[in-house]
Design a binder for this molecule. Structure first.
Ligand SMILES: NC(=O)c1ccc[n+]([C@@H]2O[C@H](COP(=O)([O-])OP(=O)(O)OC[C@H]3O[C@@H](n4cnc5c(N)ncnc54)[C@H](OP(=O)(O)O)[C@@H]3O)[C@@H](O)[C@H]2O)c1
Length: 325
């Protein structure tokens, strides 16, 4: 049936078993700023596992996914700058599907030189890393920066971007393979947090001063370590929960070193059209200039979304996971 499509839907929250490969009705243009995209690729992100598990609440049933890239099929009457046939990448709910409706304010035309696969692999994690280093804590030349899960999707991008700012990168990883990758991306020092004491190592490397900023997407397991590694007047940017959500925290503790603590989310940096255009243009430019290498770990079939989640949560992956439609 032409009006149906394949998608990965959840009706309940839980483990990977709640991810169902279903046939459902295709979404239709209903709003003035709607863009109907025929997806070629959909990015897999850790946030999808939070939606699946229920850590972040969504109304159910829902098609999972937060980003994709494909060809525009149709647009609402209020959309002027995007046309059917355009190659686009977007941030929107329900991208684990053959078709997605995205709001034109979160749809970027893909420039020449970047293909659909690369665009899908780079948008959400790339914008996250870009916003972290420019907005959450503005990295300066010669800063010392600690990046947890440095061989992960966001981690590998942060390592490269922070290095490009002329700062010193210390990465943490859980095994030697990942350590090699983080070093090849530009980390000056890598600490294997399965076998080494991160605080001791960071203090040794920084002459007991600690780092100017920590980018922590691991959450519960690394939060205390991150606090201990930040120097006086330093910043802790806690931007994810890969190991679980950080428990409630006594803010008075920040006064021990006059630390800044921030818990940013990408989507709040891109609320306006102008913000989204500015950042996507900057991101695509650094990719085209060859200053940001996007490493795709694996491309999965849509029907293998369960395996993609198992691999991501099982810490088996490095770089980006994408679904091919
Ligand atoms: N705030 C935002 O707007 C925003 C946007 C995008 C992503 N994020 C966050 O950024 C983080 C990274 O996302 P990503 O998609 O790029 O994932 P990822 O880094 O590719 O995967 C997560 C990594 O976290 C590490 N980890 C440590 N403890 C873990 C545990 N108990 N379970 C699973 N992984 C664990 C693993 O690396 P090791 O094996 O080396 O420890 C794993 O590979 C996530 O927390 C995500 O929510 C936040």
């Amino acid at each position: 049936m032409a009006s149906s499509m394949k998608a990965i839907q959840i009706k309940n929250t839980g483990g990977v078993e709640v991810l169902e490969h279903v046939t459902i009705e295709r979404p239709k243009i209903t709003g003035l700023t709607d863009v109907l995209v025929k997806n070629h690729f959909s990015g897999v992100n850790f946030i999808d596992t939070y939606h699946r598990s229920g850590l972040y609440k969504l109304s159910l049933p829902v098609v999972l996914g937060r980003e994709g890239a494909g060809v525009v099929e149709a647009v609402g009457d209020g959309v002027k700058d995007i046309r059917p046939g355009d190659h686009v990448a977007y941030l929107s709910a329900s991208s684990y599907a053959e078709f997605t409706i995205a709001d034109s304010k979160k749809v970027a035309k893909i420039p020449d030189g970047i293909n659909l696969k690369l665009a899908a692999a780079s948008l959400l994690q790339g914008l996250t890393a870009w916003a972290m280093i420019t907005q959450s804590y503005e990295v300066k030349k010669d800063d010392w920066i600690l990046i947890h899960a440095a061989a992960g999707g966001v981690g590998l991008l942060l390592v490269q971007l922070v290095k490009n700012c002329g700062a010193h990168v210390i990465g943490t990883v859980s095994n030697d393979e990942k350590a090699k990758l983080a070093i090849s991306a530009g980390a000056e020092h890598v600490i294997n947090y399965s076998t080494q004491n991160v605080v001791d190592e960071v203090m040794r490397i920084t002459d007991n001063k600690g780092v100017h900023a920590v980018y922590d997407g691991v959450g519960k397991d690394t939060f205390e370590t991150s606090l201990a590694c930040a120097r006086r007047l330093g910043s802790l940017i806690s931007f994810g929960n890969a190991s679980g959500a950080v428990p409630p925290f006594e803010i008075l503790r920040l006064s021990e070193k006059n630390l800044k603590l921030m818990r940013p989310t990408l989507f709040k940096y891109f609320e306006t059209d102008e913000e989204f255009r500015k950042y996507t243009t900057e991101l695509f430019t650094v990719i085209k200039e060859g200053k940001l290498d996007i490493k795709i770990w694996k491309t999965y079939k849509l029907s293998d979304a369960r395996q993609a989640h198992l691999d991501l949560e099982g810490r088996k992956t490095t770089g980006k996971l994408i679904l091919q439609l």
